[in-house]
Design a protein around this ligand. Structure first.
Ligand SMILES: Nc1ncnc2c1ncn2[C@@H]1O[C@H](COP(=O)(O)OP(=O)(O)OP(=O)(O)O)[C@@H](O)[C@H]1O
Ligand SMILES: [Mg+2]
Length: 251
């Protein structure tokens, strides 16, 4: 696990070069290159259909690229499935709709597909509940592991998904519109958790239409338009109108 007192590393954790993905005639991701460094938050902005979600899905193995390369710590990788992305590259994607199970409890959602067993057979509910409580406590999220997931607010559900990434020590956490479906009052809570992830040594890629959220948490911002990255800018002295202008300037 990264983090702790080491100085920031200069070598990219993840690099993509000339990545492309088309759906029929639509060039959803078109010759995209980007470096992502350890322990940074990269914000991704762009108009609807700019290719942001497709780009993220190439990193999580949900789609396969038509062309281009992905490097993890300098080594070329093929992300053949979401499982490869999670287990081999330590990438966890948190979807807006979360794809978690509403009728299960919080701890069951955290361990969904990753259940711990005793003697290889019996589910170790006690250990899983305890580990969930521990992860939620680390995040400072006051949620009971035994609560039904459906009873949580959108922001609390995001916190559970983030706890899952924390518990399995995913190095890179990818969030597609984490604040879109939650009440304004909970937005700050989710953004605090995003910053907490970085403080704990993780790297975060975050897509949002809420430019103020992106400006609040990101170290650098990649501006997408028509499948391309127009530019990547450090988040220094930027205002919403600057980002807005960049999103709509021609490539
Ligand atoms: N599975 C798919 N099949 C066909 N076309 C797709 C598919 N996924 C995305 N597209 C198309 O690719 C383009 C990029 O879509 P994408 O969802 O990546 O954009 P986005 O930047 O995430 O947009 P939004 O901000 O609305 O979420 C769009 O034209 C979209 O219609
Ligand atoms: Mg999208």
């Amino acid at each position: 696990m990264p983090g702790g007192p080491e100085p920031p590393q200069r070598r990219p954790l993840l690099s993509v070069r000339h990545l492309s993905k088309s759906f029929g005639p639509v060039r959803a991701v078109d010759d995209v290159s980007l470096d992502v460094y350890p322990q940074e938050i990269v914000g991704i902005v762009g108009d609807n259909a700019a290719g942001k979600s497709t780009f993220l899905r190439l990193l999580t193995g949900y789609h396969q690229p038509d062309g281009g390369e992905i490097f993890y710590r300098g080594r070329p990788v093929r992300i053949s499935s979401p499982r490869t992305s999670r287990r081999e590259l330590g990438i966890e994607m948190i979807y807006q709709d979360l794809s978690l199970a509403p009728d299960l409890r919080v701890w069951e959602n955290v361990f969904l597909g990753e259940e711990r067993r005793r003697l290889g057979i019996f589910l170790d509910a006690g250990a899983m509940r305890e580990a969930t409580a521990d992860a939620l406590a680390k995040l400072g999220a006051p949620i009971s592991p035994s609560e039904l997931f459906a009873n949580l607010s959108g922001g609390e559900q995001q916190a559970v998904a983030i706890a899952r990434a924390l518990l399995f020590e995913r190095e890179i956490i990818i969030m597609d519109e984490p604040t879109a479906a939650i009440s304004l009052g909970k937005v700050q809570e989710v953004l605090r958790l995003v910053a907490e992830l970085r403080a704990r040594g993780h790297t975060v890629l975050i897509v949002s239409h809420r430019l103020e959220d992106i400006l609040q948490v990101s170290d650098r911002i990649a501006v997408f338009s028509h499948g391309k990255i127009l530019r990547v800018v450090p988040n220094e002295g930027l205002r919403i109108e600057d980002l807005f202008r960049m999103m709509f300037e021609s490539a």
